[in-house]
Ligand binder design. Sequence first.
Ligand code: 26V
Length: 810
Amino acid sequence: MRSAIFLPANSDIKSEQLEARIMNILRHRIGKNETAAKEHDWFASAVLALRDEIIDRWIESTSRTHEAKGKRVYYLSLEFLIGRLLRDALSNLGLTKEMDRALREHGLNLAELEELEPDAALGNGGLGRLAACFMESLASLDIPAYGYGIRYVNGMFRQRIDDGWQVELPETWLAHGNPWEFERRESAYRIGFGGEAVVTDDGVKWVPAEEVEATAFDTPVVGWRGKRVNTLRLWSASALDPIKLEAFNAGDHVGALVDVLRADSLVRVLYPADSSPAGQELRLRQEYFFTSASIQDIVRRHVQYHGDIRTLPDKAAIQLNDTHPAVAVAELMRLLIDDHGLEFAEAWDVTRETFGYTNHTLLPEALESWPLPLFERLFPRHMQLVYQINSGVLKQAREIGMSWDEVSAISLIDEGGDRRIRMANLAFAGAHSVNGVAALHTELMKTTVFADLHKLYPDKINNKTNGVTPRRWLQQCNPGLTGVIKEAIGDEFLDDAMKLSALNALADDAALGEHVLAVKRANKVALADHLKGLMGISLNPDAMFDVQIKRIHEYKRQLLNLIETVALYDQIRSHPEIDWVPRVKIFGGKAASSYHNAKLIIKLANDIARRVNSDPVVGDLLKVVFVPNYNVSMAERIIPASDLSEQISTAGMEASGTGNMKFALNGALTIGTLDGANIEIMEHVGRENIVIFGLTAEEVAAQRAGDYNPREIIENNPELRQAVQGISSGVFSPDDPKRYAGLMDGLYDSDWFMLAADFESYSEAQRDVDRRWRDTAGWQAAAIRNIANVGWFSSDRTISEYARDIWGVM
Ligand code: 26V
């Protein structure tokens, strides 16, 4: 057991003290008085005042780990989608009321101030948000941990919808500065690129051709009840030489600054389009940049506190969030061998014991591999080490009698066509643990992409079903529901989400049902108000809010939802006299800038919305909304206001999903396929409290391998045919009737994502949802059973499993 000398949970700080601090900071750090202060000055002062409170705990947490000589967890991730931090920090420190009161003294409103905080959008979607939930849970469980990533200046693009089309704009989240971060100039490392590996008297040394400097920016991560404050360390890049004075003086004023620009471009944006060779190289440089800085930092810390680098696995567990930091395997080997003089075999043992690797997708196009010539040019020394690692791995494979095909599937180098380095294979070989993120996903890892590696290393693959932090995704985003639950079952669930199960006994309690319903309605009114202000659209809060929010991707099948929406629209128009359940179909999500079909799907959603929303025959029975710039803060508004959660990916393709967990935790019912964590959600909430439809992963595979004929299905289903033909012939795009012809042709001809196969079952499931909705009490009971039984999907549970099985820290 760790020593538990925490500061008081709900700290003794009073609103008067907080107010005094805020005023002092406004004057002495921001340099303004009350009259001159703008709203951003107040925001910064409030954050800085709170930060002072956090710093004491931060320092205390760090010294506690030092004194205990404890093992630390390092989470390396190219993405941390942390969103806003003010509410999170206040809530976890139990200071929300105090802050609210302090601000009121000056006529300010906390909720309004919170809106001034930009979202730290340093991620694309699920993978990045998972990293943020994990950081919060690590701190909440009092596990010493560092998150390591990149301090993107612009991060994920801001999405604007222009005439229905996605337009990408740079996100300027740092425009007003970032009061949460601390620049650590003393923690800076040189990161090399190119050059050559030189043989010297004491071994091989890499002499890079270029170098940039990585500087740390630290953000505190406050755990629940302020138990521990951990660090999110994000790297920024700068040139070693700020200006080439000679060139500048010779009149080349721009050329003199080229190194500065080159360093800056490394940390500008997240996931630059990697379709061009230049884009690819930048992405690979980004990956190495943050990985090398992080590994150097970890090694430096270990040597400083523990001396012998050979004991690294006893004091450090490094988790690779997908393959983006997989080059860490070669980087650590390089440091151990070239800088610390370890033998190859010894270094390999240390390396494997230190690393764990998490896989987040089986999609072949998302499995990273780098052209060998590119890798070799940028990292000549790492290339040598990769060859050496590979020869050992292949030797082992041959020793156990694997076939040539199996051996070549295991190889770290793909020899087919242009030679490429397979980062997943490197991570797999270099880690002692390889985990999937939901039970089905993990099984599929064993039978598909990693089948051969699994045969060679049968003990590595393990499952860690994802989770979400209930602090952000229940307490903070849905205070109304949190209050109702507290009244019903007390507040133990705040510290242990499994305790939500006490709600099961009350699921049929009419009074509780009404309270839950009233909170949901209030959340829907609030969302409707917000969207009215944002988009000018009026929504009926008594309609069912049916929501699909996530990255736009064909496998997630927003298109299936849209086609079903069109089919429903047709039916309502043909039979307006039937008592249809009024629905608001809400969509949100960003499409990768180079992903043509995903962008077309956004346009289609907007085209359908325009037509449906202005059709007087339909009126309030159906509304379609595409919410622009979906991000964490938008999710925090939408999820508490949702009745129906759409989790409809082609079975076998969504590794886990985490939105599915957030919706269920907020009392939405799920309509979903047997994919990712949906399966485990079903097992927890009960088959009768979730609406499941569609092919199983096995059936999808069988159909794809067989003679799947989408054309026949479409032609034989009148509703589907009419919807597809309507879209295809320009009913929703009279200005450009052929706009969707290609998209729809794809369904007839190949339909890789099995929309046609699942349409009928989906459409029936939707009518089943309607029937359930009409039984208000039954719906409420099912909603309560969802809330009661998804405590298991808390990221506290997930992190406890990583800590016990992979990291050895609990
Ligand atoms: C990346 C890319 C990049 C290139 C083009 C296509 C493509 C398609 C998918 C991806 C996904 C990258 C990995 C990822 O974000 N996976 C998500 O991880 C979540 C957390 O584990 C999980 O809940 C989601 O199911 C999974 O999609």
